[in-house]
Design a binder for this molecule. Structure first.
Ligand code: ADP
Ligand code: MG
Length: 251
């Protein structure tokens, strides 16, 4: 039996009276690799924040692993990479390695403490996976945007979460690192059974990786396989042939 890792039921969210999401109902089951796409300002980040209980909906509810997000406490099962680094202070005097270790914090019992020897293999693995072992001792504030992004990604995966939620993770990455990052996601998905929810603008690459596509524009416009999307007359009518082709064209 497959477990519902995430369920959203009739979820609506507003900002100062403006409705950002309307009646969102969807499920993600264990082992899914879901790509969430949609135009700028269509509510993708709002959706992700609502998934994690970082934003209280105006209606509806969210369940994580069957538990209402409002009472969910098993955060070690989830890895999250936010879209914006606004809330991340690059002046924090922490090294790359220290930032990654913070990703293991939800795994600790009290008193919580990072830096134990037992953390090392997981941290090494994450450093290698993102190709940042060489800059492990650098302060996070000294890095380029792409390097910071990789450090934060390493932090999101270091605890081997069952569910990985990524909000436009590749925007600051150069093409080579982006390729490598997608390969890593594929491996986590295939080999460790990690459930992945990926918000992305890379419509070109989403097709070759995700098992399912959700197109959001305040509402869910489409939720199904890429094949279904590409053969849907309704979607052709909605997007026009050119835009549909852009998403369906496999590189
Ligand atoms: P996306 O991630 O798809 O670009 P967002 O979820 O960030 O979209 O935003 C959806 C809509 O909600 C946009 O119109 C945006 O301007 C608005 N919005 C997002 N965050 C806030 C906020 N904190 N306060 C007010 N409006 C917001
Ligand atoms: Mg966004």
């Amino acid at each position: 039996m497959s477990v519902d890792v995430l369920a959203m039921e009739n979820l609506s969210c507003r900002y100062q009276g403006h409705e950002a999401l309307t009646e969102i109902t969807m499920k993600v089951t264990a082992g899914d690799y879901v790509g969430i796409v949609g135009p700028n300002g269509s509510g993708k980040s709002t959706l992700v924040r609502a998934m994690l209980g970082l934003l209280a909906p105006d209606a509806g509810r969210v369940l994580l692993f069957g538990v209402p997000v409002t009472t969910f406490r098993q955060w070690r099962r989830i890895g999250y990479l936010p879209q914006s680094m606004r809330h991340f202070n690059p002046a924090v005097p922490a090294t790359v390695e220290e930032v990654i270790r913070l990703g293991l914090l939800p795994h600790k019992r009290f008193p919580r403490r990072v830096g134990g020897k037992s953390d090392t293999p997981a941290v090494e693995r994450a450093l290698e996976a993102l190709g940042i072992a060489g800059i492990r001792k650098k302060l996070i504030g000294e890095l380029s945007g792409g390097q910071q992004q990789r450090a934060l990604l390493a932090r999101a995966i270091v605890g081997r979460p069952e569910l990985l939620i990524l909000d436009e993770p590749t925007t600051a990455l150069d093409p080579e690192t982006r390729e490598r990052f997608y390969t890593l996601l594929g491996e986590l998905h295939r080999e460790e059974g990690t459930t992945i929810i990926l918000v992305t603008h890379d419509t070109g690459s989403i097709g070759s990786m995700a098992s399912r596509l959700i197109y959001v524009d305040r509402r869910i416009i489409f939720n199904g396989t890429l094949d279904d999307f590409c053969h849907s007359k309704e979607m052709t009518a909605f997007f026009g042939e050119a835009s549909q082709h852009l998403i369906c064209h496999r590189h």
